[in-house]
Structure formats: C-alpha cells, structure tokens
Design a protein around this ligand. Structure first.
Ligand code: GLU
Length: 486
C-alpha cells in the first residue's frame, strides 16, 4: 500500500472556522495515524474572496495547534508549488483542461451573461430557488468556430462535458455509496473567464499530482464529489479515498456560523480557551473513540484516531462541554504555564501589590475559562459592599449576632499575630475554635466573609488573609464588625 498522504487545503478567506480546524485536524490525524504525510496547500484561485492576513492566520493556527505539515509552501516536498495561484501562473491547469478538450471531455464555452441568464429556471415548479443548468450550447460549435472565437479574443470558460445518461456511483468512507443520475450533473466550469481554474478543477488536478490518498473535507462538498469522479475518470486517474466530515451545528442545530460568537479558533482563544483543550474538543466533533475516554493529547489522538469511527450525523458544538474540558486542562496544567496565561487577566482586576502567584494557585482548579478568574478574585483589590445576611449560614450555624462576637474575639488575637502565613493563621484560629468548643466553620465563615465580602471565594479565610497581609486583613475585619454593629 502506498504511503498515506492527506492535505489541508484552505482558501485564505478569513478566520479559521472551527469546521476548517477540524478538517485540518482530521487530515493530520489520518496521515499521522498511518505514519503518512500531511500537506498544506493554499487554494487561492478565487481572487475575489481573498482576505488580507488570512494566510498568516492559517500558518499561525497550524503552528499553535501543533498540526505540523510535512509539506507546504514553506516546506518543499517535491510536488510544489503548494499555492494554487503560483501553479496557475505556469499554465498548469489550462494545460490539463486542454487535454480534456482534445479527448472530447471538455469544451470551450463562449456564452455571455445574458444567454446564461436566459437559462435560469426554478429548481422545481413553484420553488423560489433558481439555478442555471447549462444547455451544452457551445459543445455544438465546430472547430473552426471555436478557433475564430479564440482568435477574436472572445471571453470564454472551459466546461467539462458531463454524460447525460446513466448514473454515477461514488463511495465516501463515511457516507457510504451515493448514486446520482448523470443528467443532474451540470457541465462544470473548469477554467473561468479570468483564466483561473475553479476550485473544483484545481482540487482534482492537485490532489492527483500531489499524490493525495485521502481527501478529507467538509460535507458541503459531498454532493459535488460525483462530478469530481468524472474528471478523475476522464484522465484515467485513481480516485482517492473520500472522507467527508459531518456538519457542525450550534446548540440550536443551525450550521455553526459567525453569529454564535465562537465559530472560529481565534474567537475561542480570545475568549480564554486553551489551545490544547480546543483541539481536544474539536477532535470529538464527529468522531467517537471506542472507549469513553474524553481527554486526549494530540499524541493520544494520533494513536486512537480511526476515521472509520467517524459519524455522519451533525455534530453539535456544545460550549458548556468545551468549558468543562477547558477546566480540566487548566487543572492539569503545569503551574508556571498556567500563571503565564492567567497573569494578564489577573492584572486587569488586581492592581495592588500582592502575590499574584498565590492567588493564581487558589483559582487554578476553580475556573473553566481564564476570564472567569477575574470575577473570583476582584475582592483582593477592594472589599466589595456586601449585605450582613451573608454572615448567616445554616450549616455553620452562624448568624449576624454570633458572627459579630467571633469577629470581636478573634480581632485581638490577630492583632497580636506577627506571622501572617496561612499555616500560622490557621493555628491561631484553630486554637480559638478549640477553646470555644465550636466547629471550625463557625469561626472560619464569618472571618472569610469579613475579609472577602463574598459568598464564594477561591481559598479559605486564612489563605485569603495571607495574601491580603496583616494590615488589610485587620482593616476588613474591623469594617465587618462595624457593619454588624449597625
Ligand atoms: N479550499 C476548500 C475550502 O477551503 C478546500 C476543500 C477541500 O479540502 O477539498 O473549503
């Protein structure tokens, strides 16, 4: 068997859509699972859709996600160039289109806009959707007529001459066997009037010339695949294995689109998701491992990924699940790396001189996405206004009255305390707990409430006080006493 070769063939049209990232990932995994080659090819023949900066996004995303290509515009593997506009410049696609013309499988078409418009008709009676089905008018031109038109510089396209009778059966490894009546396949344009090949044509030529064994792409191309097969057949080329990936939808089962705000890799990174978690999650959008494992490193994905276990039903992009997964990655992350990522978010809300690393250690296991930490730690900056009802805790048996008493009694103990480390503070409070013969929470709850002004905090009373320092901790406890006395 020949070496597996896959490609990621993005068009530089903007951000890296989650669907595109998944295509890249699956193409990468299929190749790497078999020790094969993964290639990057830039499909920029649609010059109108080209977006400035999109190429950088493609390179940057592949690098960050670790989907390292073995061949591409920046890594020659002998079948380049890897950018379609550069391939076109050498006349490559036109040459192949002319071959098809010679064989009678393609023809020049000189029909103008008006004529094509006149062919426009509804898909079916009463339907709003209109299509133009080309009527093969120019197939009937004589050789002399064609030559005269070309000599006169008449604009043209080159069309594939699809059969009109019989059926074409096509096999996709995920969707199975698909048969379409040939009369439904229009005469595809291969070369456009601007001299560029269409996506359809360039894709087939390049996949063949570059030795691609498995074509991995979104299922929006599924219905076109039989037409591609006709081109392969006309050249007498082997048809690659097709792996069409299922649709990705949002929570409302609508195609994942910009509107939902998390449809691209950049969106997710901007929202504080961790690259590894995004890659892990995206891998599960259409593929199911044979056991229940959910957390996979890229290495583990390479080992486990069997595309035959891909699903053809649409995959729902579930942000809640992604957030959970992201939280798992944050928990497992090396502390220094976590701190590096968390620091900018922390500095947005804590500008005071305090030990951010200690705060980071407290929140690391308590957040799902990095921006969430801001709301958890903002009390370090400033004691929020809070209601005394917060002192009441049923289980701890605390209320406003006994909380006031606790605060009044621990205040002098803390005032005397020199060592304001977590351990030392805990010992002091524990001593008081034992002496009073109460439960630990009976003391810790009011103290924590006073120093944080919050119902939920990362870390307990003494951990918070260690970070706040003696002066600020005592100030907050005094403020708590005052509030409770009112
Ligand atoms: N250039 C196409 C796209 O970006 C690639 C489709 C394919 O992989 O064949 O959608």
């Amino acid at each position: 068997m020949s070496k597996v070769r896959t490609r990621f063939a993005p068009s530089p049209t903007g951000r890296m859509h989650v669907g595109n990232l998944r295509t890249a990932l699956y193409a990468y995994l299929i190749a790497k699972h078999e020790d094969g080659d993964f290639m990057l090819r830039i499909e920029d023949t649609d010059q109108e859709r080209f977006v400035e900066g999109a190429l950088e996004i493609i390179y940057h995303t592949l690098e960050e996600t670790g989907l390292v290509h073995d061949e591409g515009p920046d890594k020659d593997g002998g079948v380049g160039p890897y950018v379609q506009s550069e391939r076109n410049a050498s006349g490559l696609y036109l040459e192949y289109a002319k071959k098809l013309i010679e064989q009678g499988d393609a023809y020049y078409c000189f029909c103008d806009k008006e004529r094509l418009e006149s062919l426009r008709s509804s898909v079916s009676e009463g339907s709003d959707t209109e299509i133009v089905v080309y009527d093969k008018h120019c197939l009937g031109l004589s050789k002399e007529e064609v030559e005269a038109n070309l000599a006169a510089g008449k604009p043209y396209v080159i069309r594939f001459n699809m059969p009109t009778e019989g059926t074409t059966t096509f096999h996709d490894d995920i969707y199975g066997e698909i048969t379409v009546p040939n009369k439904e396949m229009e005469d595809l344009i291969l070369i456009k009037s601007d001299g560029y090949p269409t996506y359809n044509f360039a894709n087939v030529i390049d996949d063949h010339l570059m030795g691609i064994t498995h074509v991995v792409r979104g299922n929006e191309y599924l219905s076109s695949a039989p037409k591609y097969n006709k081109i392969y057949e006309a050249f007498g080329w082997d048809i690659p294995v097709y792996v069409h990936c299922p649709l990705i939808t949002d929570e409302n089962h609508k195609k994942l689109s910009k509107r939902c705000g998390h449809s691209s890799y950049e969106d997710l990174i901007d929202q504080g998701f961790v690259t590894e978690a995004v890659v892990n999650y995206v891998a599960l959008l259409g593929w199911c491992p044979s056991d229940n494992q959910e957390i996979f490193s890229l290495e583990e994905l390479i080992k486990a990924f069997d595309y035959r276990h891909m699903s053809k039903s649409p995959a729902v992009f579930d942000v809640v699940k992604l957030k959970w997964m992201n939280g798992e990655y944050l928990k497992a992350m090396d502390f220094d790396k976590f701190y590096q990522m968390a620091e900018p978010y922390m500095k947005e809300v804590v500008t005071k001189d305090c030990d951010l690393k200690k705060i980071a250690a407290l929140v690391k296991t308590r957040i799902e996405v990095l921006p969430d930490l801001k709301e958890q730690i903002d009390f370090f900056e400033e004691l929020p206004q809070y209601d005394t009802a917060m002192y009441c805790h049923k289980k701890m048996k605390t209320n406003e009255e006994n909380s006031l008493e606790v605060l009044q009694e621990v205040l002098p103990l803390l005032e005397q305390q020199e060592d304001f480390s977590n351990d030392a503070l805990f010992e002091v409070l524990k001593g008081y707990v034992d002496e009073k013969g109460v439960k630990t929470g009976f003391v810790m709850w009011p103290v924590r409430t006073a120093v944080s002004g919050k119902q939920n905090t990362p870390g307990g009373a003494t951990e918070i006080m260690e970070i706040l320092g003696k002066e600020e901790s005592l100030r907050r406890i005094r403020a708590g006493i005052e509030l409770l006395q009112k």
